[in-house]
Design a protein around this ligand. Structure first.
Ligand SMILES: C[S@@+](CC[C@H](N)C(=O)[O-])C[C@H]1O[C@@H](n2cnc3c(N)ncnc32)[C@H](O)[C@@H]1O
Length: 251
C-alpha cells in the first residue's frame, strides 16, 4: 500500500481524490464501479460546451452522449434520413443534426415525441416510470434545435405519425422512449426502412430501469441476423446487414 501511495504521489497527483472516492465508494455503494479519469474526451471543449448547453456536464448520461456522437460517424457512406423516437429537450437530436450538417448526403431529421411525456407503462416496464414523466414544451425543443439544420418535429403518440415517413429510408435511428410498446412500434417500423450499413441505437437498452425496452428490441431481433451490442454505460446498437453472434459463454 505504501509503495502504491508513493507511486501515485510521484506520477499522478490527480488520482489521489479518485483513490479516496473509491475507498468511500466501497463502503457507501459497493457495487458501483469507478473508472479511470484520464479520458481524452473529457477535455474535448466543443463537447463540454454541448453538454453545458443542456446542463448535463455533471449528470449521469455523458458517456452515452459521447457514444451517440461517435456512432453517428458510421453512416458517412449511407444515404437516407435520420429519426429519433423520444426527443425530450432535444439533446440527442442536437448531436444527430450536427452530424447531418456535414454529411455527404442531404438528410432530414424526424423527431418523434408526444412532447407530453411518456405513455402508459405496461407490466413489462416495471415500476420506474409513470405516464406523463419527462414532458417538455414543444417550443423549448424548437428553440433548442433551431438553426441546427433540417428537422421536422413530429408531435404525437408513437406510432401515429410514422405513416407520414413510410416512403423514406433511414441511415440512423435513435430510439429513447423508455417503454416496451413505443420501442417495439419504433423498431418494427424502422427496421425494414434501413439500408445495409444503417445504424439503429436504443438508449434504454440494457438499463434495468427500462426492462420493457430491452425486451422489445431482443424480441424483435430474435429471428434477425443482427443483434444488439450492449454498451458499457447502457444503450446498445446494431448495424443493418452486419450479422452479430451471440455473446460467447465465458468459461
Ligand atoms: C428519455 S426521454 C428522451 C430523451 C432524449 N432522447 C435525450 O437524449 O435527451 C423519453 C421521451 O420519450 C417520449 N415518449 C415516451 N413514450 C412515448 C410515446 N408512446 N409516444 C411518443 N413519445 C413518447 C417522452 O415524451 C420523452 O420525451
Amino acid at each position: 500500500m505504501k509503495r502504491f501511495i508513493k507511486k501515485v504521489l510521484i506520477t499522478e497527483r490527480s488520482l489521489i481524490p479518485l483513490w479516496l472516492l473509491r475507498k468511500i465508494g466501497r463502503i457507501l455503494l459497493p457495487r458501483y464501479r469507478f473508472k479511470w479519469i484520464q479520458l481524452d474526451w473529457w477535455d474535448n471543449q466543443d463537447f463540454t460546451r454541448y453538454l453545458q448547453r443542456y446542463d448535463e456536464l455533471q449528470r449521469l448520461n455523458t458517456d452515452r452522449r459521447w457514444m451517440l456522437y461517435q456512432l453517428l460517424r458510421l453512416i458517412e457512406g449511407i444515404a437516407g434520413d435520420t429519426a429519433e423516437c423520444g426527443v425530450y429537450k432535444g439533446a440527442s437530436s442536437h448531436l444527430i443534426l450536427c452530424a447531418n450538417r456535414t454529411a455527404a448526403y442531404p438528410r432530414t431529421h424526424f423527431a418523434f415525441d408526444s412532447y407530453a411525456g411518456l405513455s402508459q407503462p405496461d407490466a413489462i416496464d416495471g415500476q420506474h416510470w409513470s405516464s406523463g414523466d419527462l414532458s417538455v414544451s414543444l417550443d423549448q425543443v424548437r428553440s433548442n434545435l433551431a438553426r441546427l439544420g433540417k428537422v421536422e418535429l413530429m408531435q404525437g403518440w408513437i406510432p401515429q405519425r410514422f405513416p407520414e415517413v413510410a416512403q423514406r429510408s433511414f441511415a440512423f435511428i435513435h430510439v429513447d422512449v423508455d417503454l416496451y410498446q413505443p420501442t417495439l412500434d419504433s423498431i418494427e417500423f424502422f427496421y425494414p426502412r434501413m439500408p445495409p450499413g444503417a445504424v439503429f441505437v436504443c438508449d434504454d437498452y440494457g438499463c434495468s430501469t427500462c426492462p420493457g425496452a430491452t425486451a422489445a428490441i431482443d424480441g424483435y431481433l430474435a429471428d434477425k441476423p443482427e443483434k444488439m451490442l450492449a454498451l458499457p454505460d447502457g444503450g446498445g446498437f446494431f448495424i443493418r446487414g452486419t450479422n452479430t453472434a451471440a455473446a460467447a459463454p465465458l468459461v
